[in-house]
Design a protein around this ligand. Structure first.
Ligand code: ZN
Length: 133
């Protein structure tokens, strides 16, 4: 499955500056030391209005996943299935991301994962998660 060309929207610039450098940069509340997904605005824990951007470790565990099968091409060949996952970062936030290099038989809740970065020719770099190690 193709992800399509990603374009930054201004609010997410630090996230994409991070993926361009193989860094997972997400939101962190300096006031209460909690971490949040990149699209979080304001801290729901302590009410702080401003969240800083901070680099996460890039490690996560698998929460849940789904397999999507793309539409076959005109010649009948089917694209490889894509694994779309919800992962829990070591810092706590949950992210939606594709899995990469995964053995479907090895998929289980709690599977250790590590961020991997892709740098397409067009559009922004993005993050996938593959097996730890
Ligand atoms: Zn807070």
């Amino acid at each position: 499955m193709e992800i399509g060309v990603l374009r930054r929207d201004g609010r997410t610039d630090p996230f994409f500056d991070g993926t361009a450098r193989d860094r997972l940069v997400i939101r962190r509340c300096a006031a209460c030391d909690r971490w949040f997904a990149p699209d979080q605005a304001g801290c729901p824990e302590c009410g702080a209005g401003e969240l800083e951007w901070a680099e996460a470790a890039g490690t996560a565990t698998l929460v849940t996943w789904t397999v999507t099968h793309g539409r076959p091409a005109a010649d009948g060949t089917a694209p490889p299935p894509a694994f779309l996952a919800l992962v829990e970062l070591t810092e706590g936030p949950w992210l939606h991301a594709r899995l990469d290099g995964i053995d479907p038989a090895a998929l289980r809740e709690g599977l250790p994962l590590r961020a991997r970065f892709r740098h397409p020719g067009a559009g922004e770099s993005y993050v996938l998660f593959g097996p730890e190690g």
